[in-house]
Design a protein around this ligand. Structure first.
Ligand code: TXA
Ligand code: MG
Length: 314
């Protein structure tokens, strides 16, 4: 299949409306979109990514009206979060409307909904005839793509179109909060921290998933965000990292001696923004080990810690 790269939201939406899979930019990471009413397109997302079919997709909307098309109930907590974070880096899990295909929700009675903030994403979604189901635009298990070149590298020949836009400014996937339960439960860390959620809805809790227990968010049981290199966590609560041949460092502190390559970030925002592209760069340069400093568990630092933890699990 020939993969078209375009800067035109009209061209990209036309392909999507023809039941084709189209990657598009968002402020968190790039998404791999399909019309939620097209079984063919939804099926092709799973094939293109090599994604297990029991992992549900997030539905992307451009307005509150569209939320009502896919959710059957909007509890008060969800209303509060929508007012503050739509558009933004927050996904809400709500009870789904009958019309939403089980292919989108992997058979669950709930659906994940997000309204991205990038103007190009909103313009694209407005031209699509229905809401757009989209996982991150990467091969399953690999780090999410934060620029169109990486999307193209992973998925060329497997999808119809890439809507070329700016690099994702946040760099990590959205925070997920389940509002289909009471009290609301945060299922995935992201740019919107638990602390911020609690300022708005104080009852909000963090979901803890014990190993061997069915995770509330199916995607959380899969290996994620992994570069080919081995990821080793560093910081006060971890063993000392020592540079070695073909190793790299990313963190907020200066690198240990002897690393081949390093990236020191000025704060956790920059760390989040650059993390996945650094992983990809290390892979291209055949780095064997990446030492990753755990940032302080505040704000987006929590989300970085979560992704690093998962990337380090083999
Ligand atoms: O920032 C993001 O959220 C990006 C951009 C493209 O919007 N999308 C993204 O999608 O990260 P994905 O598919 O890589 O991750 C979606 C996560 C998965 O862990 C999935 O299991 C969970 O959301 N999820 C989706 N629907 C769910 C539901 N109904 N209940 C619980 N978890 C759900
Ligand atoms: Mg993903």
């Amino acid at each position: 299949m020939q993969t078209i790269v375009t800067e035109s939201v009209d061209v990209a939406a036309t392909w999507l409306n023809r039941s084709e899979v189209v990657a598009f930019p968002t402020e968190t990471v790039y998404g791999l979109g399909a019309d939620i009413t097209s079984e063919k397109a939804l099926g092709n997302i799973f094939t293109a990514k090599g994604r297990p079919s029991d992992n549900p997709l997030i539905v992307h909307v451009h307005s509150f009206e569209q939320v009502k098309e896919v959710a059957s109930e909007i509890p008060e907590s969800a209303g509060t979060f929508i007012r503050h974070f739509f558009p933004g880096p927050l996904t809400l899990i709500l009870k789904k409307n009958m019309a939403v295909s089980p292919l989108v929700t992997a058979g669950l009675p709930t659906v994940g909904i997000r309204c991205p903030s990038y103007p190009v994403a909103i313009e694209f979604l407005k031209r699509c005839h229905h809401p757009v189901a989209a996982p991150s635009a990467n091969i399953s298990g690999r780090p999410s793509s934060t620029d169109w070149e990486t999307v193209y590298g992973d998925l060329k020949g497997k999808i119809r179109c890439v809507l070329k836009g700016p690099r994702s400014t946040i760099g990590l996937e959205s925070t997920i909060v389940d509002c289909s339960v009471d009290p609301p439960r945060m299922l995935r860390y992201g740019a919107v921290s638990l602390e911020i959620l609690r300022k708005l809805v104080p009852e909000t809790i963090a979901a803890t998933t014990q190993k061997h227990q069915q995770p509330k968010s199916p995607g959380l049981k899969y290996l994620h965000y992994s570069p080919s290199a081995r990821v080793i966590l560093c910081g006060p609560e971890y063993p000392l990292c020592k540079g070695e041949e073909n190793s790299a460092w990313i963190g907020l502190s200066p690198p240990p001696e002897g690393v081949t390559k390093n990236l020191v970030c000025k704060d956790s925002e920059e760390y989040a923004y650059k993390l996945f592209s650094f992983f990809r760069e290390c892979d291209r340069e055949k780095i064997a080990v990446i030492f990753c400093e755990m940032p302080p568990p505040e704000g987006i630092g929590q989300a970085i810690r979560d992704r690093l933890q998962r990337a380090s699990e083999v």
